[in-house]
Design a binder for this molecule. Sequence first.
Ligand code: AMP
Length: 407
Amino acid sequence: MFRTLDEIEVRGKRVVVRADLNVPAKDGKVTDTTRIDRSAATIRELAEKGARVIILTHFGRPKGREEKYSQKLLLEPLAKAVGRPVAWADDVVGSDAVAAVGKLKDGDVLLLENIRFHPEEEKNDPVFARQLADLGDIYVNDAFSTAHRAHASTEAIAHLIPAFAGRLMQVELEALGKALEHPEKPVAAVVGGAKVSTKLDLLGNLVSRVDYLIIGGGMANTFLFAQGKAVGKSLCEKELADTARTILAKAKTANCHIVLPVDVVIAKEFAENAPSKVVSVDAVPDDWMILDAGPASVEAIIDRLGGCKTLVWNGPLGAFEIAPFDAATNAVAKAAAERTKEGKLLTVAGGGDTVSALAKAGVEGKFSYVSTAGGAFLEWLEGKELPGVAALSSKSSGCGCGCGCAH
Ligand code: AMP
């Protein structure tokens, strides 16, 4: 169990917040402030409650101190998002950082320079983590998207001072918990995307957790091939046919019903508006490729979702970037959004391409929760323990008593 900001008195305390402000930028300017805007809630709340807020984040992948990865460009959009001035320190540890923290008054906000300028960060170095922890009285992790990495600012620090989940982290953990850890059943998972090989752990975990595993995208071709069907020149990992059969057998033992396409949209080339036709999965000609699930498959999937209470989604059902091979993804996404709106289905989706596919289908804001966490979301779907989340549990965090004191 993790503790939240509701369980702590922060007035006058120095609160070290690990945020993820790793935003896209061009020519020294932030081009998309989404991550800053989403992180602002926790920072604003802490400042309004009288905390002295010290922000740790990384930006890009610097190799040591590289000025092009300086976080100064974040100052202006961050100040705008939190509605108050944001102070700056040229380093995350050492005399600059200590002096800047010393100047903070209740309600002030300070952004420190890129934490990845120090290689100790990614090594989860205990001495570096101690320096970070010494900047504050309390630690708040609001960066779910980096929680799959055991770094000094995401893991080690949480054992040194009382640790709490920020609001973004809390919302994400609660949504994910409802989707897989203690879901309302029946639970369905849609897993699509290009290849089985990148999602083996994920499929292995889901078959033991969900009632229906709906497989689409290029990876469905490998399963169809494993069942003895001809897939023409479709994307297909033929060498993984045995693995696919093992997953099918594991699903059967776990009472998980696998849903594969019954018909498919095929074309001769992977190109926008390439001439296409719908055929049964038993009738894919040698020189054609499967690029989407067909209308009968879509109907069967939507039908199946009709009986479910929870849906977890990762990966498109077809080559969604190029019309008309986005049709299955769009139709199923819209049906899921509709059932979410009616309060009949809890829908949680995530993973890089999934977010763009849902946005393209116009339903991004219509799912119960769409995670933008990428790698961390996928590792969670794989059933792995995320070090940054585990470190927040009251047993392992800096203060186990729950009162917010600095024991
Ligand atoms: P992933 O990153 O594994 O979620 O894969 C997403 C990619 O899978 C997208 O770029 C899709 O175009 C691609 N994809 C989905 N279905 C197919 C398919 N039937 N054939 C080729 N690529 C596909």
